[in-house]
Design a protein around this ligand. Structure first.
Ligand SMILES: Cc1ncc(COP(=O)(O)O)c(C=O)c1O
Length: 418
């Protein structure tokens, strides 16, 4: 029997994602034993205190009110105009940067990242991101014949590692025509870390300096998947204004998604939004990315776009959505505080968390630690250099005592802090 009929570049790819794998095991066990006996801290979705997946009320209402046409029509490839307008408004809030801003609908934030990699780097290129990053970045790069090169996100002082950022960016900038930098901030997955306003200033000043007199390009991609759970609404968006009036070779593409902020994870709806002082580059952005949408998933999900834009066009619904979202943001904050307070008390180290869905405990031997915890019906995600705890999905009750259990598990299997 032969083992593969796949083309050479596709051989050996394997689909099971560690996160969804652990989630599947946790879900199956919860069906068997009952929800209250299983701790599922794997997936990046908000679960309420009863362990149920949250779908915001305003989103439920908007879905119920869709017409058949809203639901099933083929949408324009770029996305409905009202959706694209709503996306920019929701993303930037009062901090809309100066310049040409254009958006293209994508299949979640993933679609935006895919198109950036596909259209703004070449085969064989390195893409830059931080060492603490969402695992899908690696697959997206590899599947497109690129590779990920990482800078250290957090230095020994627990602040942004600007030194290493400069080193890695310089190295790639010297070699490649385009340098694509994916910066998942605020509410970084998996750490909850965020760049400060000063960090952003230094990053932008450095990139502008590199570009001076150069004919190369830098594509800066803020991945803001968790933006809506990262702080006070306008405050956490202030950094966006810094993207106005940058040099034209410093092209900004924001990866936006409705997955988290609108609890529409499975609807696969997002957008890529460019910010540039050059209208031609904005036109090119729409043309090439629309082309790639046509060449991959074609039109985006009509119902999802209509739901999002209908909510945003109705001030009452939007206020109601923001109010409910705020309650979940507060809940996640409370859960994170429980975990961090207990971790402090039992001397369990964790990476500097500002906000977001996840906290990470940096250590080695993470698979063994997670295997040990699984025997106690606790499901967490083993990363290469740490264990990710999804505070978005674990109830306050279940979080109590978890830090201690991780600590004991680490000691039992002989894992060391990194
Ligand atoms: C860092 C990061 N970026 C982007 C996304 C986008 O996800 P989606 O494609 O579901 O919108 C996620 C989702 O988990 C994420 O964690």
């Amino acid at each position: 029997m032969i083992n593969s009929v796949a083309a050479p570049q596709a051989r050996g790819k394997s689909a099971e994602d560690k996160i969804f794998g652990a989630n599947n095991r946790a879900t199956a066990l919860a069906v068997q034993l009952g929800n209250d006996r299983v701790i599922n801290g794997t997936v990046g979705a908000i679960l309420d205190e009863e362990g149920q997946l949250v779908m915001l009320e305003a989103v439920q209402k908007a879905y119920r009110e869709l017409t058949p046409r809203d639901m099933v029509a083929y949408a324009p490839i770029q996305g409905y105009e009202d959706y694209l307008t709503a996306v920019a408004a929701q993303c930037f809030g009062q901090s809309r940067p100066a310049g040409y801003i254009r958006a293209c609908a994508t299949a979640g934030g993933s679609g935006a990242l895919h198109h950036v990699i596909h259209n703004y780097s070449q085969w064989g290129d390195e893409i830059i991101s931080s060492d603490w990053h969402w695992g899908a970045y690696d697959s997206m790069c590899k599947d497109n014949g690129r590779s990920l090169r990482c800078f250290s996100l957090i230095n020994k002082e627990g602040t942004f590692d600007f030194e290493d950022f400069q080193t890695q960016v310089k190295a790639v900038f010297e070699e490649q025509e385009n340098t694509v930098i994916i910066m998942n901030s605020p509410a970084n997955n998996p750490t909850g870390f965020a760049l400060t306003a000063t960090d952003w200033d230094r990053v932008l000043a450095f990139l502008e300096g590199l570009l001076q007199g150069s004919k190369k390009n830098i594509i800066l991609v803020p991945d803001v998947a968790y933006l809506d759970y990262s702080g006070e609404k306008e405050e956490c968006r202030r950094f966006f204004t810094k993207f106005g009036n940058l040099p034209e070779r410093l092209f900004v593409i924001v990866a936006y998604t409705c997955s988290k902020g609108f609890t529409m994870y499975g609807q696969r709806m997002g957008a890529m939004i460019c910010v540039t002082p050059n209208e031609r580059l904005a036109d090119e952005f729409v043309a090439i990315n629309q082309y790639s949408s046509r060449a991959t998933w074609s039109n985006s999900n009509s119902a999802a776009m209509k739901v999002m834009s209908h909510i945003c066009q109705d001030p009452v619904q939007l206020r109601s959505l923001e109010k409910e979202r705020q309650q979940y943001f507060d809940l996640i904050r409370e859960r994170a505080d429980i975990f961090m307070n207990e971790a402090d008390r039992c001397d369990l180290k964790y990476l500097p968390y500002v906000s977001g869905f996840f906290i990470t405990v940096p250590m080695d031997n993470t698979q063994a630690v997670c295997d040990y915890l699984e025997k106690q019906n606790i499901f967490l995600v083993p990363l290469r250099k740490g264990i990710r705890v999804a505070v978005c999905s674990i109830s306050k009750n279940k979080l109590k005592g978890l830090a201690e259990k991780i600590k004991v598990a680490a000691e039992t299997v002989g894992a060391r802090y990194l």
